[in-house]
Design a protein around this ligand. Structure first.
Ligand SMILES: Cc1ncc(COP(=O)(O)O)c(C=O)c1O
Length: 387
């Protein structure tokens, strides 16, 4: 059978082809040695490397202002790869008190079993950070915009404090994306993204990214292959398609989010709105400085009626669905108390203001009037008409 690739002649596909193959063929042992010894480009086994993840990483590295990037099977595996490549038993991590719930679990439950200790600090309180970093620490971990309440990390200040203490600053940039913030350019050592969210952009993939400027790529690549954290080709291929419109989508969704946040603040039953673009957000000034006026597509609001009011909002309308993720082209809602922070203790939830009435919205790019009309149906339903 003739090789279909040879029938392309002088033509080259405009779009990166999908290499849906878990293994490659090699002409002889010498060729295998040359690839293994990095004397020649090539691929052998997809868990080690494949053209689609390599190509996606090459597109993402300059966006993050990184020297290199590595695509992994999920945001959580990107974090796992960072921890496995940089930490040893007995070492200490200083992490933000405001992290995605699973990230806190990864540190407190999983890494703790391997003898890694984590201290949680309010990373917006730079005095507390300096005090915590007076003890040896290997890594500092923050989210640019925290999940769910969108507190903003002062990355340049945290980078200075981390480096003075000999620690690497790792930034989870998932809620911000490189459209809003490029943490490496602000002094961070490693940036990670859940590509599953706004970068993939269509809720049809699960992938993660680690990018940096130092010499960690080889170590991370090895960890990803040995621990089985590698990305699959089709998800990489789809993510390339999403990436092409990231900036367009983020700017359109940001415009929608700003309108929606102000509208929500006027609605009956809404006791509080959290959006970094609003002057009443505690980090509005910092966000204005770090994000050059683009505050992103994520917002939260609190319903005074608690869980019942949230249930009514979700049951009364389906145009803005309860769908516990973020980053789709259409607007979706989530409920941090029962999803992303389900395993957070009641005391910690209370401390972080993650109430039963808190709704998180990932704002999309559809006409925002449509979203507001659906939300109005869900919000304006009288208390007595419980369904
Ligand atoms: C801020 C943040 N980081 C990391 C993750 C994990 O990403 P993934 O679901 O792709 O593993 C999530 C998921 O929601 C997240 O919100």
């Amino acid at each position: 059978m003739s090789d279909p690739r040879s029938s392309l002649g002088a033509s080259t596909p405009l779009v990166q082809p999908l290499y849906q193959s878990s293994v490659y063929t090699l002409p002889d042992l010498d060729a295998l040695d040359r690839i293994m010894n990095a004397e020649e480009p090539g691929f052998i086994y997809a868990r080690d490397a494949h053209p689609n993840s390599r190509h996606l990483a090459a597109l993402l590295a300059p966006l993050e202002e990184a020297e290199w990037a590595l695509v992994t099977s999920s945001g959580m595996s990107a974090l796992s790869a960072i921890f496995l490549a940089t930490l040893s038993p007995g070492q200490r991590v200083v992490a933000s008190t405001r992290l995605y719930g699973r990230t806190t679990q990864l540190l407190s439950q999983e890494l703790a079993r391997y003898g890694v200790k984590t201290e949680y600090v309010d990373t917006n309180d730079l005095v507390s950070m300096e005090r915590s970093l007076s003890m040896p620490a290997r890594l500092v971990l923050v989210e640019t915009l925290s999940n769910p309440l969108l507190r903003v990390a002062d990355i340049p200040a945290l980078a200075k404090l981390s480096h003075a203490a000999g620690a690497r600053l790792v930034v989870d940039n998932t809620f911000a994306t490189p459209t809003l913030t490029r943490p490496l350019a602000m002094g961070a050592d490693l940036v990670m993204e859940s590509l599953t969210k706004m970068i993939g952009g269509h809720s049809d993939i699960t992938l993660g990214l680690v990018a940096g400027r130092d010499d960690l790529l080889q170590e991370l690549t090895q960890v990803a292959s040995i621990w089985g954290l590698s990305a699959n080709p089709f998800d990489c291929w789809l993510t390339e398609r999403g990436l092409a419109t990231l900036d367009l989508r983020m700017h359109a969704a940001t415009r929608n989010a700003a309108v929606l946040a102000d509208w929500l603040a006027e609605q009956p039953g809404v006791s509080k709105v959290y959006y970094p673009g609003r002057a009443d957000h505690p980090d509005h000034a910092l966000a204005s400085k770090m994000m050059s006026g683009v505050f992103g597509n994520m917002l939260c609001f609190d319903l005074a009626g608690g869980r019942e009011a949230v249930n009514r909002l979700f049951r009364q309308q389906s145009a803005v669905p309860f769908s516990p993720s973020l980053g789709n082209t259409t607007t979706t809602c989530s409920h941090p108390a029962t999803t992303s922070h389900r395993h957070t203790s009641p005391a910690e939830k209370a401390r972080q203001s993650i109430t039963d009435g808190l709704v998180r919205m990932s704002v999309g790019i559809e006409p925002i009037e449509k979203t507001m009309a659906a939300m109005a149906i869900g919000l304006h339903v009288p208390n007595e008409s419980k369904v």
